[in-house]
Write a protein that binds this ligand. Sequence first.
Ligand code: FE2
Ligand code: FE2
Length: 270
Amino acid sequence: MSTRTYSDEDQKLFEEIANGCKFDKGEELPALYDKALKNLLWMQHDSEYSGALGYAPWIEKAPTMQEKVIVAQIVKDEMRHASVIYRLLKGLGEDVDSHIKDSELSFKMEEESANIGFQRLKKDFRVNIFYYPINYWEDFILFNFLMDRAAGHQLEDTLDSSYLPWKKGIEGIYKEEIMHLAHGDKWIKILADGDNKEFLQERLNVWWPRVMNVFGSTKGRSNDLYVNLGLKKRTNAVIRDAFVKEVEELANASGLTLPEYIEEDQPTRH
Ligand SMILES: [Fe+2]
Ligand SMILES: [Fe+2]
């Protein structure tokens, strides 16, 4: 475990933030805060953007006309989320256009069964679940059920962010993520009641460790920093527990079982 120490100045900043200090657009940000904020924004931007592209083929592949419309709406939501974060990053002086042009945000792994654990495959900042391909309608639904829900839990903390432009932007994004996960919930019930329940369980087994990895290693310390800076309220481990509890209840209600997840078995970043 890293033993990062903070200067007196940093400690003072943590205290001010704990006492309600917030930052607004155009204000000068302390270096530590600026870096942490940009890390989180880049991660969200690239995740929303690559998420939209990963969903897009499912406009055509969705099973009914009504579902094609819903998937198209979800794709539009995700790209809009990316655009909200794009504006925030640009406001902070980041060159987002060059990044979009130079990185491969449409990249997806071809090898369906590989477990990349916590590894990053390209020079972008997406949460690494967005490297995996969405190959079946069950995968699309599990993405709504699991990943949009995980995002919802994480964004819940941002509703109270110390960076006001982000807090403001998240309100609409959060509502839309709730609609996406509700779409997942509706379809999990339909699929679990159908002939392909076994296949749904199989795909759940595949996606479960991938979504659990989204919360990062519970041994990492960067989350404590985000909490100290008011950019998160809870550590990822705490958010993950709330997420697991919710998914477990929903999965069990549909007769599905969550496989065991062992963090130590996950390949780590190199
Ligand atoms: Fe999103
Ligand atoms: Fe979403």
